[in-house]
Design a protein around this ligand. Structure first.
Ligand SMILES: NC(=O)c1ccc[n+]([C@@H]2O[C@H](COP(=O)([O-])OP(=O)(O)OC[C@H]3O[C@@H](n4cnc5c(N)ncnc54)[C@H](OP(=O)(O)O)[C@@H]3O)[C@@H](O)[C@H]2O)c1
Length: 319
């Protein structure tokens, strides 16, 4: 098969579409002939050599795919060759084939095309696991989503609205603000010119920015508020006022989906199938796709993501 290899750490030009060994299904896995994959920020960090991979992880980037099952490993039940699926991966999605633990497979939601479905698993699993399973967001609460124009942000706004929350989001510019409001955001804040801390308090904050926002995030939480940090785009360190934490009874969480065990991923995927897929099938949540490019042009797709000009997901499709 062909896959996108990271030939050395560096810019988008280090990505090359090359011939590699076909994967085989280990017990408990299936092999999927990949129709499409989608980009995540972690792929860019991996390309720069800034994302340490656990032993056994595929060297090729790609955290999500859609396609058709072409081989079924021992011990897998309920899945057949030819089934159309999408899947959450630990890596290896930028390829023509990938081996996937059966617990990380999802059906393609009704009304969603096979190519488009590639862009759902990572955002859906990240958003559901952090907003609901970690932060316990409930109807009537106010959520602040940082980066409401991104792949995670566009999805988080809609899931939170479907749960009955009030949603405030930070965006970089008027076009992304308009899109966020169209997706249901109640308030948009241009983070380049406005201070989100002035619009609080927030019951839950989903943060993709990291160290540079820690002090203001904690300061703008309401009593019993929950901050979940999932991205570190602006630094690994920040200052934390423990008086805020103690007197307002706050919790600060940090999570990554990729480093979770296969058992934890399977539990999240099962919850996503049960709770998020109906939101998509009813039209309450829709996927925002910025553009679709051939898998062999992964380097160009990375240039688009790094320039920050995109809104929503960037999809890579196999011929
Ligand atoms: N921990 C996990 O499990 C997990 C899983 C998935 C993703 N993530 C992280 O989540 C983040 C988003 O991922 P993605 O795939 O959605 O990437 P993406 O589509 O490139 O989105 C990045 C977003 O960050 C926003 N942003 C950058 N600087 C900001 C600032 N100072 N204030 C507010 N927003 C800012 C951008 O806003 P503008 O474009 O409007 O400027 C953009 O919307 C990444 O950091 C990624 O590593 C973590």
């Amino acid at each position: 098969m062909k896959a996108v290899a990271i030939t050395q750490p560096g810019g988008p030009e280090v990505l090359e579409w090359i011939d590699v060994e076909d994967p085989r299904p280990a017990p408990g896995e299936v092999v999927v002939d990949v129709s499409a994959s989608a980009l995540n920020r972690a792929d860019v960090m991996q390309r720069w050599g800034l994302y340490p991979l656990a032993p056994g992880t595929s060297p090729y980037p790609g955290l999500e795919i859609s396609g058709r099952i072409s081989a079924v490993g021992g011990g897998v039940t309920g899945r057949r060759v030819g089934d159309e699926v999408c899947a959450l991966l630990t890596g290896g999605g930028y390829a023509q084939k990938v081996a996937v633990p059966a617990g990380q497979l999802l059906t393609v939601p009704r009304g969603v095309g096979l190519v488009e479905a590639a862009a759902l698993p990572e955002a859906a699993a990240t958003v559901w696991s952090n907003l609901v399973m970690t932060a316990g967001l409930t109807a009537g609460e106010t959520l602040l989503v940082h980066g409401g124009g991104g792949g995670i942000g566009t999805f988080a706004i809609q899931v939170a609205k479907a749960l009955g929350a009030r949603v405030v989001t930070t965006v970089g510019g008027p076009e992304k603000a308009a899109q966020a409001r169209e997706l249901g955001a109640d308030v948009t804040i241009d983070y380049r010119t406005e201070d989100f801390a002035e619009q609080g308090p927030y019951d839950v904050i989903l943060d993709v920015v990291g160290g540079g926002y820690l002090e203001r995030n904690v300061r703008s939480l309401a009593a019993d508020g929950r901050l979940v940090v999932i991205g570190l785009q602006d630094g690994l360190e920040g200052s934390l006022n423990l008086a805020d934490l103690v007197f307002k009874r706050l919790s600060v969480h940090g999570t990554t989906l990729r480093t979770r065990s296969a058992v934890q991923k399977a539990a999240i995927v099962a919850d996503v199938q049960r709770h998020v897929w109906p939101m998509i099938e009813s039209g309450a949540v829709r996927l925002v796709v910025d553009r679709t490019l051939p898998m062999s042009q992964a380097a160009e797709a990375h240039r688009v993501m790094e320039s920050g000009g995109h809104t929503g997901k960037i999809v890579l499709v196999n011929d």
